[in-house]
Write a new protein. Structure first.
Lengths: 199, 543
């Protein structure tokens, strides 16, 4: 699966131990304008992630011995910006809540899949993912120190409080703040906060 | 007379007010029936007289059997017609003086006889076991009635005999009359016990349930041997001067009844009575103690009848229990299906997802301008694969819940394990249990395959429930000589098992099924933790 030519174009990864369903979903997504590749196991999918950055991952929750959520966490370690969509044949409410809140999923679908919801979720996920990637690119320009200041500022702290927290002078904080504004291209604090939440 | 006719016509069930033809036909019908009765009665009466001559006219009074059978079949409403028929027969055939006194006497005697029988029949049918089916004349009520009827007739007729012209007036005293009555009653009992079953079978032809025949060839030979043995002992007694002692045959008859049922006992009885008649008629054997002879033959008949009835009832009961067992196991399979259904329903949603997506795609393709063959082919292939899987699932489940109608066959252990694994795959997936089936050599066991599946399935489901998230191994191997062991291993961690409904019952049912096919179930702890359940069944070697 390593150098699959289609993999390079793939925008969505589908992970499900039912091979036929995986193939079916991949074809559906491709028809809808989202090139996709299907994997039977999370391990194979993670391996592929080394070569390509998927912007959206659609995964089954119960796959034999492997938990879809464990896969989600592993994926987050590799690529923090991919959008996650979970699907399951045995929907459980508590699990659905966990999927969204703890594992960062944007949708929890039960099978048989509602195609409309799926495609809407994929579209939304790709949007979010794109925004995140853009934000992260912008933040990459900051130095480590600037990043610290940025985090504190966007939490709503005044420059004075930040200076106290970080153990530097307020003037230093102001200098960093100006640099942050320039590098990220933000116009005001609100922009910075929007950037922080999108990242 | 007209009133009697009308009543009888009504009693025989034909009613159609306003139609003249109907009553006429029914009149003719029962007149004809009674005529037939009288004719047969007369023929049997003559036969008795002829056959029994050396012993006593009443040794084996054949007509009594006919009378009893008719009364048992039609109940109390046949009483009056029978009295009429027998009375007329007596008048015609016995040259009774046509005086009022003698006619009245004859009528009274006929009436008491028939009434006695009717009373016994009524008591037995209504009081002894009201729920019993009259067509089941092998049951106890019939046997009791058969003995009571002649006794009742004798009791009712005693006063008449006492006061009759042939009684006291002729100089016979009490004991002599009693002697005659005793012989007559015993002869009647014999006639009823030996002939009534024949007529009852004819009269109830097609009705009633018959349990299968218990007389197999070995049993028949055994019966003949028993009879021969008894006869030999009787002959020995006779030759050594102890007289005609038939008591040994009593034991033989009881044995035959217990082993081979009522039909065999009846045939043996007939043989004994015929043997005695033959000995008297042709062999010139003299039986001085006539009452004793009558008694012992009657006792033999009764003993044989009761023993046979008991044996038949037991056989029927066992057959009923076996039927009940099968129904119970089917009910258990349905219960298992129901409790597996949650997992199965979720399982269904998986293939349905694919079917839905591809079907909608195909529908969309239908509207396109050009035919994309590759796409159609791909969609169709996916649909077929998924649909086939669903069909397989449905067939498997339906078969499992069905009735175990097939006879026992040789079932391969490998097939058994594969089927069970497929049946509980949804539950295993739901419980995150890895179910591993080891490849099995060609080991076979005899049994009904879905019942065996039930037994193994129950054990496997228990294992899955006990070890969620773990591993369950299923394998079959040859255990000690001639035994096949199907083993289910689980790796449950020790500690409280989450309570799950039906866990205990499943094991009980599995044990019952194993026992039904000659096997058993053993369990042991595994050193690595968890349990091993072994289902041991006798091996059936391939043909």
């Amino acid at each position: 699966m390593g150098h699959d030519p289609f993999l390079q174009d793939a925008v969505v990864l589908v992970v499900d131990d039912d091979v036929d369903l995986g193939a079916s979903l991949a074809r559906l997504l491709a028809r809808s304008g989202y090139p996709a590749v299907a994997f039977e196991t999370p391990e194979a999918a993670l391996e592929a992630c080394a070569n390509v950055r998927p912007r959206c991952v659609l995964t089954d929750v119960m796959m034999g011995h492997t938990n879809g959520f464990a896969f989600a966490q592993a994926l987050r370690g590799v690529d923090a910006s991919a959008a996650l969509i979970f699907m399951t044949a045995r929907p459980i409410t508590a699990q659905a809540v966990d999927a969204i809140r703890h594992f960062g999923g944007i949708e929890y679908l039960d099978k048989p899949i509602d195609q409309t919801r799926l495609l809407a979720a994929v579209g939304e996920g790709l949007d979010q993912s794109a925004k995140r990637v853009a934000s992260q690119t912008r933040l990459r320009a900051l130095t480590a120190r600037e990043l610290d200041v940025f985090k504190e500022i966007t939490r709503g702290k005044s420059s004075k409080a930040v200076a106290v927290d970080l153990g530097v002078s307020q003037k230093t904080v102001e200098v960093h703040r100006a640099a942050i504004m320039t590098k990220t291209g933000a116009a005001c604090l609100a922009d910075l906060i929007a950037l922080a939440s999108a990242a | 007379m007209a009133a009697l006719g009308g009543w009888s016509a009504g009693a025989f069930g034909s009613t159609s007010p306003g139609s003249v033809a109907r009553p006429l036909v029914s009149w003719l019908a029962w007149a004809g029936a009674l005529g037939a009765y009288a004719l047969i009665y007369h023929a049997l009466h003559d036969l008795s007289q002829h056959l029994n001559a050396p012993l006593a006219f009443h040794f084996w009074y054949l007509p009594a059997g006919l009378r009893f059978a008719v009364l048992w079949r039609w109940g109390g409403r046949a009483t009056a017609p029978l009295i009429l028929a027998e009375f007329l027969l007596r008048v015609v055939s016995l040259d009774i003086a046509l005086t009022l006194a003698s006619l009245a006497n004859t009528l009274a005697r006929t009436a008491t006889s028939v009434l006695g029988y009717a009373l016994a029949v009524h008591l037995a049918r209504r009081r002894l076991d009201p729920a019993a089916d009259p067509a089941d004349f092998g049951a106890l009520p019939t046997g009791v009635a058969m003995i009571l009827a002649p006794a009742a007739a004798a009791l009712l007729g005693f006063p008449l005999a006492w006061t009759a012209s042939e009684g006291l007036a002729a100089g016979h005293d009490g004991p002599a009359i009693a002697h005659v009555l005793a012989i007559a009653t015993l002869g009647d009992i014999l006639g009823v016990l030996l002939l009534a079953p024949l007529f009852l079978t004819l009269l109830f032809w097609g009705q009633g349930r018959r349990a299968g025949p218990a007389v197999t060839t070995p049993r028949a030979l055994e019966a003949i041997l028993a009879l021969a043995l008894g006869a030999a002992v009787a002959v020995i007694f006779w030759r050594s001067g102890m007289g005609a002692r038939l008591e040994p045959l009593l034991l033989c008859l009881a044995w035959i009844g217990l082993r081979s049922g009522r039909l065999a006992a009846w045939a043996a009885n007939l043989a004994v009575a015929a043997g005695v008649l033959l000995a008297a008629n042709l062999g010139g054997v003299v039986f001085p103690d006539r009452i004793g002879l009558h008694m012992v033959i009657a006792c033999m008949a009764i003993a044989g009848y009761l023993a046979g009835s008991h044996a038949d009832a037991e056989r029927k009961l066992r057959a009923d229990l076996a039927d009940r067992d099968r129904l119970l196991r089917q009910a258990e399979r349905l219960r298992t299906l129901r409790s597996m259904s949650v997992a199965v329903i979720h399982e269904l949603s998986q293939p349905l997802s694919t079917l839905m997506i591809e079907a909608q795609h195909l529908a969309g393709l239908g509207g396109a301008k050009t035919l994309d063959r590759a796409e159609i082919a791909q969609s169709s292939t996916l649909i077929e694969a998924k649909a086939r899987g669903l069909v397989e699932l449905v067939r498997r489940l339906r078969r499992f819940g069905g009735r175990a109608l097939d006879a026992q066959t040789r079932v391969l252990a490998g097939d058994l394990m594969a089927e069970v694994a497929a049946l509980c795959a949804p539950e295993a997936r739901a419980a995150r249990v890895a179910l591993r089936v080891a490849p099995a050599e060609a080991l076979g066991v005899m049994g009904q395959d879905i019942e065996l599946q039930q037994a193994v399935l129950n054990i496997v489901r228990n294992a899955i429930a006990a070890a969620p998230g773990g591993v369950v191994d299923l394998r079959a191997r040859r255990a000690a000589d001639g035994w096949v062991a199907i083993e289910v291993d689980d790796d449950a961690r020790p500690g409280p098992i989450a309570p799950r409904s039906g866990m205990g019952v499943g094991l009980i049912i599995a044990r019952t099924i194993a026992a039904a096919y000659g096997g058993r179930i053993e369990s042991q702890r595994r050193e690595a933790g968890g349990m091993r359940f072994s289902i041991l069944l006798p091996e059936a070697s391939g043909a």
